[in-house]
Ligand binder design. Structure first.
Ligand SMILES: Nc1ncnc2c1ncn2[C@@H]1O[C@H](COP(=O)(O)OP(=O)(O)OP(=O)(O)O)[C@@H](O)[C@H]1O
Length: 251
């Protein structure tokens, strides 16, 4: 098992943002987490990457207990987070953004004496190809389209060799074609990494949910099941999908 969570809870002021009895993820599993606004999805990801400390509960990642560790320590153990807002360096080229990311993986000493080997360049080129940015490597990242920036962000996280990728609404603001391409990319990544994706777009969820979808409501896990099980569950329809019915009819 790659990730195991028990009795994980955090409250902000009077609001119980998360109260998760159990959650687990296998190695090389892609899990989609859905739920209405304020359900605790981002809070869950924030705890997994160390950005938020829980009030109680445990998180095990591989053989490590990561509860109480800092963001940097958790990243070093192999959990990579891609946030919703792009945060690439706009003035640097796509290539340099990717090189910087891969170098950040190393400690300060080896980073200072870093040499651009042929092997390293190949790694960056292979990643660029994988995310469809091979023809824009020398362009400034600021000139990329919204979709391309999201792919660059994903590439940057993957270049740090995480075993678990946390990805927040990757298809937000993308065209249909870009969304589909992103789905293919995530399915490919799940052949080598565990992946947890937060998503609202049910067309996209249908494309990528190759195993389980977890539904969070009011900080709790309402249910887990296949896309079809979740989509047809009356509780999920009442709490969440009812509002997205029109969208779902087209799925
Ligand atoms: N730093 C914070 N301070 C105070 N309240 C917070 C904080 N972070 C989250 N909350 C509250 O915790 C609850 C869960 O929020 P969270 O952002 O995790 O939900 P979400 O499912 O990600 O929602 P969305 O789909 O809108 O992003 C909400 O009621 C939110 O207002």
């Amino acid at each position: 098992m790659l990730l195991e969570v028990n009795d994980l809870a955090v409250a902000f002021g009077g609001v119980q943002a998360l109260d998760l009895e159990y959650f687990s993820l296998e190695d090389k599993e892609l899990r989609v987490v859905i739920g209405p606004n304020g359900a605790g999805k981002s809070t869950f990801m924030d705890i997994l990457c160390g950005k938020t400390q829980p009030d109680r509960g445990t998180v095990r990642f591989r053989e490590h207990s990561i509860t109480g560790l800092t963001e940097v320590q958790i990243a070093e153990l192999g959990i990579g987070r891609k946030f919703q807002q792009p945060s690439v360096f706009p003035g640097l080229t796509v290539f340099d953004n990717m090189v910087l990311a891969a170098r950040m993986k190393k400690d300060v000493f080896s980073s200072l004496f870093f040499k651009m080997t042929g092997e390293f360049k190949d790694k960056v080129h292979a990643m660029a190809e994988r995310v469809g940015l091979e023809n824009v490597l020398q362009q400034p990242a600021g000139a990329l389209s919204h979709g391309q920036k999201q792919w660059l962000e994903i590439a940057i996280v993957v270049l740090q060799d995480p075993q678990l990728l946390l990805i927040d609404e990757p298809a937000a603001g993308m065209s249909d074609r870009e969304t589909e391409k992103t789905g293919e990319l995530l399915l490919g990544l799940a052949e080598q990494h565990g992946v947890i994706v937060i998503e609202h777009d049910m067309h996209f969820v249908k494309q990528i949910a190759n195993r389980l979808v977890s539904v969070l409501v009011n900080g709790k896990l309402l249910m887990e099941g296949s896309f079809e099980e979740v989509r047809n569950d009356q509780r999920v329809i009442d709490c969440y999908l009812g509002r997205a019915n029109a969208q779902l009819e087209k799925v």
